[in-house]
Design a protein around this ligand. Structure first.
Ligand code: 1GP
Length: 247
């Protein structure tokens, strides 16, 4: 519970937290250390590491490199069971509750659970909800499922509440990496108001203003990934952090 409690603490103390998602295929190994140092100096609260494919391999080595360069939690955001790394601090134990594909609701979990136990990684149960965002994102395609229609916040709220009743600790409203459209503010608000567990929002967020809108509508954690795959944007990380943190 160490990392989950850290997440709850950040939300309590700062109003909302800012996590950066690092895709090892997109931020080269040689630049990963410098990137996380800049993120930490820019007031980022934690890192999510993962991708859908791991085309370059060496996931564990990549996590070790990140850990060497930051004191912030490093959480696996798995796209596959092969991404269980003993070197991370925790793993988001994601269940794609927006879909009806049993492999992503429980199947992969049966394979991953003993691996997680064996390496002593903290599993954090997360209800992963894919939200329609204008095109077929990688997460959506890989999950083999349908997203929640973006104009149906009530479906999102009912799904999130069911996940909360099943014991999940966090809700993740995911528009998909590089999404054309972010999760609608109204949906963020309806889900946040309806559930009592924290709501994470990610996918397609490219400005501090957009991040702040999600927080103003009840999001407790904002995740950005894609935008900082371009080094030119690294100087803006602190602006996102300032917009997201209330304290
Ligand atoms: C994707 O929600 C994350 O899983 C972050 O999305 O890469 O679009 O910022 P972006």
């Amino acid at each position: 519970m160490k990392i989950l409690n850290y997440i709850y603490d950040i939300i309590e103390k700062r109003g909302a937290g800012y996590f950066i998602l690092i895709d090892p295929d997109k931020i080269p190994f040689e630049e990963a250390g410098r990137f996380v140092k800049i993120c930490e100096e820019s007031d980022v609260d934690a890192f999510l590491i993962g991708d859908s494919l791991t085309m370059n391999g060496g996931f564990d080595k990549y996590i070790i490199e990140i850990k060497k360069n930051t004191s912030k939690p490093v959480i696996v955001f798995p796209g596959a069971v092969t991404q269980v790394s003993a070197s991370a601090d925790a793993v988001f134990f994601l269940s794609v509750v927006s879909g009806r594909n049993p492999e992503h609701l429980i199947g992969k979990h049966v394979l991953a659970a003993p691996m997680i136990k064996n390496v002593g990684l903290e599993p954090i149960p997360v209800a992963y909800m894919l939200i329609e965002s204008g095109s077929v994102t990688t997460a959506l395609y890989m999950s083999g499922s349908q997203p929640v229609p973006r104009n149906k916040p009530e479906i999102a709220a009912a799904t999130a509440l069911a996940a909360e009743y099943l014991g999940m600790k966090l809700i993740y409203l995911e528009a998909g990496s590089g999404a054309d459209n972010t999760t609608p503010n109204e949906m963020v608000k309806v889900v946040s108001d309806y559930c009592s567990i924290p709501v994470i929002v990610g996918g397609g967020i490219k400005t501090p203003e957009c991040a702040k809108e999600k927080v103003d509508n009840g999001a407790k954690i904002i995740v950005t990934g894609n935008f900082f795959e371009d080094k030119k944007n690294w100087s803006l990380i602190k602006d996102f952090a300032a917009a997201i943190h209330k304290n």
